[in-house]
Ligand binder design. Structure first.
Ligand SMILES: [Zn+2]
Ligand SMILES: [Zn+2]
Length: 151
């Protein structure tokens, strides 16, 4: 895990919205790195890899249009009930939430934080950027070392 001081954050707030605009999201202190997950659940959810953005805080408007789905004992995924845009992935043990990078008009200069569940990545694509690659086993081991349990 990287030191908090090492994380590059965006100075300005980021405004995002779903396709229909019923849900609006404002991120403060967004990391300038995208978290990529290649697991089979993310692919089923969104068509291919998940690209998530983490921030210090998030303000979400349009709660009435949001449906959350418990995709496992430890995770929740949310989408707009009107247009179907996926919105976020929340890791319940920490409450940490990442938002779909595609909801935001990102300025240039973002990088990839890490690619996880690389062992589940389909073989029809690869990301060319250099970035840390971790298997599902490595990610689960990291989480367990940090004190989480998946039982
Ligand atoms: Zn919508
Ligand atoms: Zn995933």
């Amino acid at each position: 895990m990287s030191d908090a001081a090492d994380i590059l954050r965006l100075g300005e707030t980021l405004e995002g919205r779903c396709l229909c605009g019923a849900v609006r999201i404002t991120l403060t202190g967004a990391e300038k790195q995208i978290d990529v997950c290649h697991c089979s659940m993310c692919a089923q959810w969104g068509g291919a890899m998940y690209a998530g953005l983490e921030s210090e805080s998030a303000q979400v408007e349009g709660e009435d249009a949001i449906t959350t789905y418990q995709s496992s004992d430890w995770a929740e995924r949310a989408f707009c009930s009107q247009c179907g845009s996926n919105l976020w992935y929340r890791f319940k043990p920490t409450g940490n939430r990442t938002f779909l990078a595609g909801l935001f008009d990102l300025p240039k200069g973002f990088g990839i934080k890490q690619q996880i569940f690389v062992d589940e990545k389909p073989d029809w694509y690869d990301l060319a950027q250099e970035s840390p690659m971790k298997s599902g086993e490595e990610i689960v081991a990291e989480a367990i070392a940090a004190g989480f349990s998946f039982d």
